[in-house]
Design a protein around this ligand. Structure first.
Ligand code: SF4
Ligand code: SF4
Length: 303
């Protein structure tokens, strides 16, 4: 089963929830946790272990000046404005290139070839016998987050490898390469990387907190999962028991509140030390396991 963990905004405790869920479920399942927050991956801070890594590349065009006639066809074709053809020169802005390959196809003189450009990496580690962590890392300044997310999900074995992509590193044989549960930790917000992350998931857990900003951003995130038609439930983090507005929003969207994590000094203390409260407070492992069974029974029917 594939569970995506998302939130409309940062700072709700989404990654902490994903890490606690993964740790708890790994006591009785093979779990792969995929850090899809590729611009700021942080799950490795909870699960420190040696990793192997492979670069993620995208194909970008290069022009053979000996063949180019500066006819301008490639520039006219590129809808992203990545190619400017001058009278006797041609400029390619790699940051704008979406690696569609169209300019190579339309060039009548075979002047364009493609070379790989490194945009990030994927890392694979096994912090525990039944827990594997796959991390996508986007290089600073790059904009192709969805490509790195696709590669991380493919490395996790939960989606096919994207067309034309190869892992340059031969990853070692992993103990739990076939997971019972795959957990995708998404980036916050509702932009393209979030869509790429939750796509293909059997269930989405939306982590929120009962503040006016939290409720506003939760509503945006609910809109995304409703559009994608993926079953979802809400986790209220740092709940002080006064969650009426969140409850009302969930009622309006027929969404179940599947867990409340209270505002609790012990939990805050563990988290301030960078720990996972389900480790220090083992009663939570049972709660996360019950939550998983509830998700299976009520929403995410995936294998
Ligand atoms: S289409 Fe080919 S020949 Fe024409 S400007 Fe582009 S690279 Fe040069
Ligand atoms: S590969 Fe596509 S996006 Fe990139 S420069 Fe060529 S036409 Fe533009």
């Amino acid at each position: 089963m594939k569970i995506a963990v998302a939130s409309g905004k940062g700072g709700t405790g989404k990654s902490t929830f994903a890490a606690n869920l993964a740790l708890s479920l790994s006591k009785s399942n093979d779990v792969v946790l995929v850090d899809c927050d590729v611009e700021e991956p942080n799950l490795h801070l909870f699960f420190d272990a040696e990793h192997e890594e492979s670069e993620v590349t995208v194909p970008v065009p290069v022009v053979d000046p000996g063949k180019c006639t500066f006819c301008g066809k490639c520039g006219d074709f590129c809808q992203y404005g990545a190619i400017t053809v001058l009278k006797d020169d041609i400029l390619i802005l790699m940051d704008l290139c979406h690696s569609c390959g169209g300019c190579r196809i339309v060039c009548p003189y075979d002047a364009i070839t493609e070379v790989p450009r490194v945009i990030g990496k994927v890392r694979d580690s096994q912090p525990d016998e039944h827990l594997r962590l796959v991390t996508g890392v986007l290089n600073e300044g790059e904009t192709h987050a969805p490509v790195v997310i696709q590669m991380a999900k493919a490395l996790a074995g939960s989606t096919p490898t994207p067309a034309g992509a190869v892992f340059e590193h031969q990853f070692r044989e992993l103990v739990c390469s076939m997971a019972d549960v795959t957990i995708y930790d998404s980036s916050p917000g509702i932009a393209c990387p979030v869509i790429e992350t939750v796509e293909g998931a059997d269930y989405v857990v939306l982590v929120t907190e009962s503040t006016p900003f939290g409720i506003h951003d939760l509503e945006l995130a609910i809109g995304v999962v409703e559009k994608l038609g993926i079953p979802a439930g809400v986790v209220i983090n740092r709940s002080d028991g006064l969650d009426e507005m969140t409850e009302e929003l969930c009622r309006r969207h027929s969404l179940e509140i599947i867990m409340r994590i209270p505002f609790d000094r012990r939990i805050a203390g563990v988290q301030n030390r960078g720990g996972l409260f389900s480790q220090d407070m083992p009663e939570w492992q049972g709660r996360f396991t019950d939550l998983y069974h509830h998700i299976r029974e009520t929403g995410g029917g995936g294998a």
